[in-house]
Design a protein around this ligand. Structure first.
Ligand code: HEC
Length: 132
């Protein structure tokens, strides 16, 4: 009896271990998105402008994903979503691509960036220097 259990435990380790974090989920061959929950809404709305790899390489909490969406809406002509669609997209992203320490970091806020040497001269004081 004991020996029979070992393959079951092994199978659970191999196939079951990652499922809580969305690992082991089949990937859409076209986009590479995890085929989980509302993934088709994300495919329909998020890969028109750029490679889906920008999404699958990114990690974030709900707040961080919302921040990225707001940035694209403000700067990159991303359209507005109705609240239901938006909350489904955010939930999908935060669940399947959650924050992870060893992954790509979040973008550095502009106020923490060094001055851009190629920027045209401005009359504004250079705020970036203040924090140094
Ligand atoms: C209307 C065009 C457009 C759509 C649609 C769009 N994006 Fe973007 N997104 C952009 C542009 C432009 C960039 C900047 C690309 C670059 O840096 O090369 C970007 C960048 C990103 C980045 C990288 C952000 C960073 O900090 O490097 C992520 C992640 C991302 N988009 C996710 C999404 C998600 C999720 C959706 C769907 C909700 C989406 N995008 C839909 C235009 C779009």
């Amino acid at each position: 009896m004991r020996a029979r259990r070992i393959p079951v435990v092994l199978a659970m380790l191999i196939f079951g271990a990652g499922s809580a974090s969305g690992q082991g989920v089949a990937l859409d061959p076209m986009s590479g998105l995890k085929m989980n929950g509302d993934w088709e809404i994300v495919r329909a709305n998020c890969i028109a402008c750029h490679s889906p790899k920008l999404i699958t390489q990114q990690r974030g909490s709900e707040a961080q994903w919302l921040h990225m969406i707001r940035w694209m809406q403000a700067k990159q002509n991303l359209w507005q979503f109705d609240p239901d669609t938006e909350s489904r997209i955010i939930a999908y992203l935060a669940e399947n691509y959650p924050p992870q320490d060893d992954r790509r970091r979040m973008a550095i806020p502009p106020r923490l960036m060094p001055p851009n040497p190629y920027a045209p001269p401005t009359k504004e004081p250079d705020n970036a220097r203040e924090s140094l």
